[in-house]
Design a protein around this ligand. Sequence first.
Ligand code: UGA
Length: 428
Amino acid sequence: MRLTVIGTGYLGATHAACMAELGHEVVGVDVDAGKVAALRAGRVPFHEPGLADMVARHTAGGRLRFTTSYEEAGAFGQVHFVCVGTPQRKDGDAADLTCVEAAFADIARHAREGALLVGKSTVPVGTAARLAAAHGSEVAWNPEFLREGFAVEDTLRPDRLVFGVRTRRAERLLRRVHAPVLDAGTPLVVTDFATAELVKTAANSFLATKISFINAMAEVCEAAGGDVRRLAEALGYDDRIGHTFLRAGVGFGGGCLPKDIRAFAHRAAELGVDLGFLRAVDAINMRRRDRVITLARELCGGTVLGARVAVLGAAFKPDSDDVRDSPALNVAARLGLDGADVTVYDPEAMDNARKAFPLLGYALSLEEALRGADLVLHLTEWPQFREVDPGWARELVYRPRIVDGRGVLDADRWTAAGWRFRALGRPV
Ligand code: UGA
């Protein structure tokens, strides 16, 4: 089929490449000429394992191309996927729909008769119906559940597909687009617009709630002397609970979970439904960052003023160069404001971190970050940080003091090598 994908960020670039991989002819559209030029050259402007190869392969093979022209996209596509961002609004918790509205308006104006406009962006419930009424085109909603770092895998082999449709024709077109994925046995839920929109916000809210639940248990463990890692292990053996998303630590960040729970609570309140528990989920999440700062102060004898602090990690999670709402950088910046001399190191996210927080110090290597440090904070669990030899690190730092903000370092090994070791949710 001939598809277009509007917006070539994480979601759009991945969706475009994966649709080409499924055998479709795909045109990716973006208003950012720089992004389009990079993608045309087979370059993906963010870190996503496997994606650059796929883009390069399909652009070279001619099945995937990129343009800034809605006119070209409209003339080409039978189905148009809108994959633009819905960030948090500057003036509150609601989602900013400017890009979604502009993308629908632009493609509706240029689309051929009978083309299907499919929204994939995460939007407040009610958006699809409003867009359908505004543009008179046939609309469907097909939310996306991909995780950064696993974007290709999650798109080609998703846990489920969700089609929010109003007509059999829209369902048929979406089934044709996803035929290889459906043939592989992927569960499909066909439903109305509102339910399809809600599946996405409900899923992210549930995941955020799971993380904040275990982080609240970490707070109780800290107060009572328990170990949240063993608690999570024991809880997870109950199939109804499961082990995933029960890793306690400095909390969730990124471009999705934090803004999605806020936008969802806001939208629900507009509809007269009080999702106050999501505000608690958000508050617990932010308290974990405060806790790392408290531990840092304690280890530095009451104040971090003048202390040389090495922050290991800048990305919001490993295998990503995304620093949006990164807990690591938030903690680093706040310690900087408290007068600490902060040096950040991350294997992938240095450029993005520098752009977002130009006033922090940055090291070109782990070794350089550790050298002369009074305190080390481990805040993004990259594999290479887990594998650090505490004896080697001990020789580099000035004072061997570390906070494990991700619950993955071996306290016994670090203390045996002479470190003062503190962690979240554990009696150390
Ligand atoms: C999340 C969802 O997992 C995807 O299903 C969804 O499609 C995506 O948002 C989206 O809305 O686009 P993502 O933001 O890539 O994906 O990252 P996750 O792997 O969900 O991690 C989110 C945050 O939670 C990270 O900061 C991670 O470190 C933290 N986390 C995760 C924990 O602190 N503990 C855990 O047990 C799991």
